[in-house]
Design a protein around this ligand. Structure first.
Ligand code: SAH
Ligand code: DHB
Ligand code: MG
Length: 222
């Protein structure tokens, strides 16, 4: 099947299961208006994240890499009224756009966007000794993915879910080459596979975002 066919089927699935409402449509518009490249997850991937958050009964979600808040909104909608999502973003312009998009979606009370470099914000967050996160979505720069994963382990509990985007990159993750992002994803997958405290796999994805994949890991219960 060509990617055109994958795209058509992805559209079919999205039409059935993950139609963007006005608040989600506004996220794409906000990126266009700002001239920022739209690298948000697709709508079917957003729905997958939401289903996973619902599956683990998440009341606390951590996201690394907000962009304009598209995945943030899908995830935050899985939370109860009293739930919390902390999303980390280092580009002030992205954070401002995301804040507006989250407000438009009526989710400001559940979502906190923390501005700063992810490794620094994760360190600061950990020092606050917050209650464990039920789910972590890693989707910022790929080179330090293995370090984001180590923080995710520290900030979660047995039974928590850790998901990481863009770990296949059209198959580039195999072998030895690739740019810093591909090498970061590869190093992360190797670490993930060797971490005995999690049970993990990679789900390949096709369609609107091309051939890629999400790593999905559950922190093992003792
Ligand atoms: N999760 C979003 C897409 C995130 S794109 C969605 O699916 O809707 C990746 C984001 O990570 C970008 O906004 C980028 O500015 C941010 N980012 C990249 N490196 C970062 C870092 N070191 N710390 C924090 N944010 C970073
Ligand atoms: C790209 C896609 C992503 O989902 C991401 O997080 C970063 C980059 C891309 O297509 O380049
Ligand atoms: Mg991504």
């Amino acid at each position: 099947m060509s990617n055109d066919a994958f795209l058509t089927v992805d559209q079919y699935i999205s039409d059935l299961f993950s139609r963007d409402d006005d608040a989600l449509k506004a996220v794409a518009t906000s990126l266009d208006d700002a001239g920022v490249h739209n690298i948000s997850v697709s709508s079917s991937q957003g729905k997958l994240l939401q289903v996973l958050a619902q599956l683990c009964g998440a009341t606390r979600i951590l996201e690394v890499g907000t962009l304009a808040g598209y995945s943030t909104i899908w995830l935050a909608r899985a939370l109860p009224e009293t739930g919390r999502l902390v999303s980390i973003e280092y580009d002030p312009r992205h954070a401002r756009i995301a804040t507006e998009n989250v407000a438009r979606a009526g989710l400001s009370g559940r979502v906190e966007i923390r501005l700063g470099k992810a490794l620094e914000v994760l360190d600061a967050l950990h020092r606050e000794r917050p209650p464990a996160f039920d789910m972590v979505f890693i989707d910022a720069d790929k080179a330090p993915y293995d370090q984001y994963f180590q923080w995710a382990l520290k900030l979660t509990r047995p039974g928590s879910l850790i998901v990481a985007d863009n770990v296949v990159r059209g198959g580039e993750v195999m072998g030895t080459g690739g740019d810093a992002n591909v090498q970061g994803a590869r190093r992360f997958l190797q670490v993930l596979a060797q971490t005995t405290s999690v049970s993990a796999t990679v789900l390949q994805t096709v369609g609107a975002k091309g051939h890629d994949g999400m790593a999905i890991a559950v922190v093992k219960r003792p």
